[in-house]
Write a protein that binds this ligand. Structure first.
Ligand SMILES: [Zn+2]
Length: 226
């Protein structure tokens, strides 16, 4: 693949293995026009093949879901016109499109054929969020390694209590793609609290715990969730 490999501790599993530098924020989320931007430094971490490779398909799915959630900003429009259109045209495009449409529900409160999309009902979407948070924990040197079973994530459904909102560290990545904030609590079982907003509209909340938790994943679309 031509990607530079080196022996290092994987940022996601902690094992000493051959690693490559991998993007913490799935790179498909960036429109091509951002590729030329030298002002923006993308966050990368060392990741082993096992931790990274199994999730590249999930990254594409995540990009598709984020691009379809809400009204289109210029960045979303560019991603939509380019890579998404191309990916739906490929051999597995039909499957990818179906993966997205499965998350959609009619929204009769709006006029015309409007649909709402429910990213919080998709285990693959939430898995991508957990992976982003794990990478950011390493990047900010908060914890060397965060295993997948120490992170809980969901779409933000309720306003954040103001004491949280005032205390968080604001750590913009690239505001029109992802901006995120975090608060290190490190008390008892809770390590930190995270808010991640994609394309200035879909916000996820995540908690990192100091010990493993049983991750509850929705197995199908749950009525009333958003
Ligand atoms: Zn690994």
């Amino acid at each position: 693949m031509g990607k530079k490999q080196r022996w290092d501790n994987c940022a996601l599993c902690g094992e000493f293995r051959l690693t490559t530098r991998e993007h913490v924020v799935p790179k498909g989320l960036y429109p091509e026009s951002k590729g030329a931007s030298s002002t923006f430094q993308r966050i990368t971490v060392a990741a082993c093949f096992d931790c990274n490779n199994g999730t590249s398909d999930d990254d594409v799915h995540f990009r598709n879901v984020m691009a379809m959630s809400g009204d289109a900003s210029p960045s979303v429009r560019e991603v939509w016109e380019g890579p998404i259109r191309r990916s739906f045209g490929k051999v597995d495009g039909r499957r990818r499109a179906l993966d997205v449409f499965k998350l959609m529900k009619p929204a009769p409160e709006f006029e015309g054929n409007r649909y709402m999309i429910y990213p919080g009902n998709d285990p693959r979407v939430l898995g991508t969020i957990r992976k982003v948070v794990r990478g950011l924990c390493h990047h900010h040197r908060l914890l060397a390694v965060v295993k997948n079973d120490k992170v809980w994530a969901d779409v933000l459904k309720y306003p954040i209590p103001t004491e949280f909102a005032e205390a968080v560290v604001i750590a913009h990545a690239e505001p029109d793609i992802l901006d995120y904030k975090y608060l290190v609590v490190d008390e008892d079982e809770l390590h930190s609290f995270w808010l991640l907003r994609f394309y200035e509209r879909t916000t996820f909340i995540a908690f990192v715990f100091n010990k493993s938790i049983a991750i509850e994943e929705p197995d199908s679309m749950v009525e009333g969730a958003s």
